[in-house]
Write a protein that binds this ligand. Structure first.
Ligand code: HEC
Ligand code: HEC
Length: 474
């Protein structure tokens, strides 16, 4: 793709008459589906917000409502970066086919919006052909006509889009097509969507590509790296390394310090407000094109997230009760203790043994909480522990290539069972592109398997127990 650097807002230009039709249609969509969360997600809301905790966070009901609104609908001006600088809608992805795909759903909702490509693009030898359909991983809630976390702006004759927290940190339940607030969008093709933009070179700092004299070569190299990111992952750091991490859920109550490396602990809500304020409010996803939002809005967003609870998952209750003892016997509580099943400390990576690419220069990895595991497969910071239903297809690349869903139960078993894990790691290793991005699924060898003196029944019971974990009273 030719690299175009555009660092100013483009002048609108008349193109085909179809553009006008697309704009009119998009305006209707923008109005009809403006706030997908307000209509589609009310029922889940009652179940998932904990009002008691909220009361403790020095925010009132108006703040909370504002926090929720901002989480879903505020892009803090990043449409300038995504639309004007990178040109997400000026490459093979265009507004008109996207609008068509949304209309075709007729409000039924989806977890993977498929959009027809408007031109050919070859990335690292793989051709995305004009007319073919691209699975974007964008979620659309039942009753809505806009993807979660996408904000549409009309500026004169041009349609522009920005993104919000909900793009990554909320998802649509595959069965009910209702919004699950705070669950990670585990099939979002974030890297690929950026790679398709004509100027993805603007994303170079999130990769390991050195500045080259030839801009077209930079564009091609950046495209190749971004397109290899596994679905549901994103490289939020500007560390000059290619090491995307799995998008985490934001069931964050009592889970400080925040981020995979536990970089934020100070300030309101145990560091949560400071963490999400980051340099640019979206983990350096956007450049600061607008005035930073006022602090109370950030605190309100943090408080709303702090009050989120995952929906309950149906488990084998008797097995889950037995699994409680297995959890204790296996020593998991050395690290996974407290209301959210984390001691809230950061562990040197040598002790946890997972891929160190992200821990470099930091003290290690935060011990994550274990609430909402049903919604957070694949596991570990690199999302490398991935198994499809039936356990015959394992490994990030295999599952992605064959379009299989992830199975949280089987993936958790792979975290605990050395034989299954060895298969996962072997498959990841064979998948060079992902292995080079440090998506490996190694380490955290706290086995609960026959080799460690546990029966398969005890292992299964522990998996049920893990899936049933909730914040006490939440
Ligand atoms: C493009 C995807 C994306 C968007 C958009 C995004 N995030 Fe994140 N978020 C991530 C990733 C990836 C991480 C993990 C970062 C790391 O540690 O490497 C993360 C981490 C977090 C965490 C820490 C969770 C934990 O358990 O430690 C919070 C809280 C959070 N994000 C909130 C937000 C808020 C609020 C917004 C909107 C202002 C937002 N995010 C926008 C991808 C995203
Ligand atoms: C010595 C501390 C320690 C012990 C003991 C420990 N863990 Fe962990 N656990 C961690 C750390 C640190 C991570 C994050 C590692 C990473 O992402 O690289 C983690 C990650 C996890 C995850 C993945 C969470 C996610 O969202 O991806 C699960 C599940 C988990 N542990 C369960 C267990 C179970 C079950 C046991 C007992 C058999 C256990 N852990 C024992 C420190 C520990």
């Amino acid at each position: 793709m030719a690299a175009v650097r555009v660092f100013h807002v483009r002048r609108p230009r008349w193109r085909r008459p179809l553009t006008i039709a697309a704009i009119a249609l998009a305006a209707v969509i923008a109005i009809v589906g403006l706030v997908p969360w307000s209509c589609a997600s009310r029922p889940g809301d009652r179940a998932s917000l904990n009002r008691e905790v909220t009361a403790a966070a020095a925010v009132d009901a108006d703040d909370l409502a504002r926090g929720r609104r901002d989480f879903y609908a505020e892009d803090f001006g990043n449409e300038v970066f995504f639309s004007d600088v990178m040109g997400v809608l000026r490459g093979p992805l265009r507004a008109w086919p996207a609008a068509r795909a949304l209309f075709k759903l007729r409000g039924a909702g989806t977890t993977d919006l498929e959009i027809e490509l408007a031109e050919d693009l070859t990335i690292g030898g793989q051709t995305f052909a004009r007319g073919s359909k691209l699975g974007t991983g964008l979620d659309v809630a039942a009753g809505s006509f806009l993807p979660l976390g996408v904000v549409v702006h009309m500026s004169r004759y041009e349609l522009r889009v920005g993104i919000t927290c909900a793009l990554c940190h909320s998802t649509v339940d595959p069965e009910t097509k209702q919004v699950i607030h705070g669950a990670a969008n585990s099939d979002l093709q974030a890297g690929l969507l950026v790679a398709l933009a004509p100027n993805s070179a603007a994303f170079r700092a999130h990769t390991d590509i050195a500045p080259l004299p030839d801009l077209a070569a930079v564009e091609a190299a950046v495209d190749r790296t971004l397109a290899a990111w596994p679905p549901g992952s994103f490289d939020a750091t500007l560390d000059g390394a290619a090491n995307p991490t799995r998008i985490p859920d934001v069931f964050v109550h009592e889970e400080a310090p925040y981020g995979w490396t536990g970089s934020s602990r100070a300030g309101p809500l145990s560091g949560l407000a400071l963490y999400i304020n980051g340099p640019t409010a979206l983990h350096a996803v956007s450049a600061p094109y607008v005035e930073p939002p006022e602090w109370q809005r950030i605190v309100a967003m943090a408080a709303w997230q702090d009050a989120l609870r995952p929906p309950e998952v149906v488990v084998d209750a008797a097995a889950a009760a037995r699994g409680r003892q297995v959890f204790t016997r296996a020593g998991c509580e050395r690290c996974h203790a407290g209301p959210a099943y984390t001691t809230q400390s950061v562990l040197p990576h040598a002790r946890v043994g997972t891929d160190p690419a992200r821990a470099n220069g930091q003290s290690g990895y935060k011990i994550p909480g274990l609430v909402g595991l049903w919604w957070s497969a694949p596991y570990l910071h690199d999302g490398g522990v991935a198994v499809a239903p039936g356990e015959s297809v394992v490994g990030v690349g295999n599952i992605r290539a064959r379009g299989f869903p992830l199975d949280p139960r089987a993936s958790l078993r792979a975290l605990l069972d050395r034989e299954l894990r060895a298969r996962v790691i072997a498959a990841n290793h064979a998948d060079t592109a992902r292995w080079e991005l440090h998506v490996r699924g190694v380490g955290h060898e706290f086995w609960v398997d026959p080799g460690a003196g546990f029966t398969p029944a005890e292992q299964g019971a522990l998996v049920e127990h893990l899936l049933s974990l909730r914040i006490p009273g939440g």
